[in-house]
Design a binder for this molecule. Structure first.
Ligand code: UT7
Length: 336
């Protein structure tokens, strides 16, 4: 049976570092508040000038992933691009990236799914590979949040947590009986909670899609019921992680590294305690990057590999995340 293997991985973070103290100069917040409540020390934002979009960050991460895989863009059968912050309302970032890679007809899919975008993308890639529709897939998770955040005290709860960044992986189907690839997945969505974290305008349900009143009310900025999302995350992450462990017939001791989504360090500490995960087998980098949404998990995985925190062969990793939608999920992936 065909199994999905990772041939190359890359990440790209913009060079511009924005510290908590930088934010305290433009809104009523403090380094102490942000560190205590979220664990974040700094984040990367795209330069203020130059119109750098999500597809540009995705391109940089993709070039690294492709070169590590030893692939040319022409080798790809499919591009899957996960983002909640596309360059344009439409068309999606997948098409823009495809063009930037110099490709002329390779299919490209865009998905949303926010903080679980990478997890949904992995499952879609696996399904394409198993069905025989594609063999070599580039999966990208990327965001430019900074150009859409409210840089005043009104938006401080959301603005301080988000960062820009991209991760990309080259995935390939190989015929093998070995127990590798995606061992188990469990993905979910509950649209009842859509309004707990959303950007309300521009929106097709509004006529016109964007008005002066919307602008004055700041409806083009993300709004979040942070406490509610926090409570959902600390309940759902252990629950869904246990589900994939059970499905794979594994225990947490069989996992070489747990890579949770990076929305809040305190969420991940609750998750770690609930699952009884030792410190050396859970990875956090929110301190440096904030929440990069669809980019988070591939960025973290790339750092885990670079820092040699998992064995070179047959490493087993567990990904888990929850975010807007709400969507949540977990999966266990075993390397070749
Ligand atoms: O990736 C998508 C999923 N998102 C998440 O998982 C985020 C989950 N939620 C969170 O991470 C947290 O709820 C936040 C970090 C967003 C907020 O932390 P909190 O401990 O839940 O704070 P809060 O919203 O209950 O606000 C507590 C106080 C409020 O002031 P009062 O009403 O007590 O006077 C806020 O106005 O903190 C105030 N506050 C801030 N103060 C300084 C909110 N944001 C800030 C800020 N700086 N940036």
């Amino acid at each position: 049976m065909k199994k999905m293997v990772m041939r190359g991985i890359g990440r790209y973070l913009p060079e511009r570092v924005v510290t908590n103290d930088d934010l305290a100069k433009i809104m009523d917040t403090t380094d102490e508040w942000i560190r205590q409540r979220t664990g974040i020390e700094e984040r990367r934002w795209v330069p203020e000038e130059g119109n750098v979009g999500t597809s540009d960050l995705g391109l940089e991460a993709s070039k690294i992933a492709l070169s590590r895989a030893g692939w040319k863009p022409e080798d790809l059968d499919l591009i899957i691009f996960a983002t909640l912050s596309p360059d344009l309302f439409f068309p999606g970032c997948g098409c823009l990236l495809q063009s930037k890679l110099g490709l002329k007809s390779t299919p490209a899919i865009d998905i949303r799914q926010q903080c679980t975008g990478f997890l949904y993308g992995m499952e879609i890639a696996d399904a394409y590979i198993k069905s025989g529709y594609a063999s070599r897939i580039l999966l990208v998770g990327a965001e430019v949040h900074s150009t859409g955040l409210e840089m005043t005290t009104r938006g401080r709860d959301v603005t301080v947590i988000f960062g820009d960044g991209a991760g990309a992986v080259c995935l390939e189907g190989v015929e093998t009986d070995e127990n590798i690839g995606l061992l188990a997945t469990s993905l979910h969505a509950q649209g009842d909670y859509a309004e707990t974290l959303m950007t309300e305008a521009p929106a097709s349900r509004n006529n016109p899609r964007f008005s002066k009143e919307d602008f004055d009310e700041g409806k083009h900025f993300p709004k979040m019921d942070g406490r509610n999302v926090f409570k959902l995350a600390v309940r759902r992450l252990p629950e869904v992680s246990q589900t994939v462990l059970d499905k794979a017939g594994l225990t947490i001791d069989d996992i070489d590294m747990v890579i949770p989504h990076q929305a809040n360090l305190r969420i991940n500490q609750f998750f770690q305690k609930a699952m009884n995960i030792p410190d050396e087998r859970i990875f956090n980098n929110i301190q440096k990057y904030g929440n990069t949404t669809a980019g988070t998990i591939p960025i973290a995985l790339d750092e885990v590999i670079e820092q040699k925190l998992i064995p070179k062969e047959k490493a087993t990793v567990l990904f888990a995340g929850l975010g807007a939608g709400v969507t949540w999920g977990a999966m266990i992936f075993r390397f070749m």
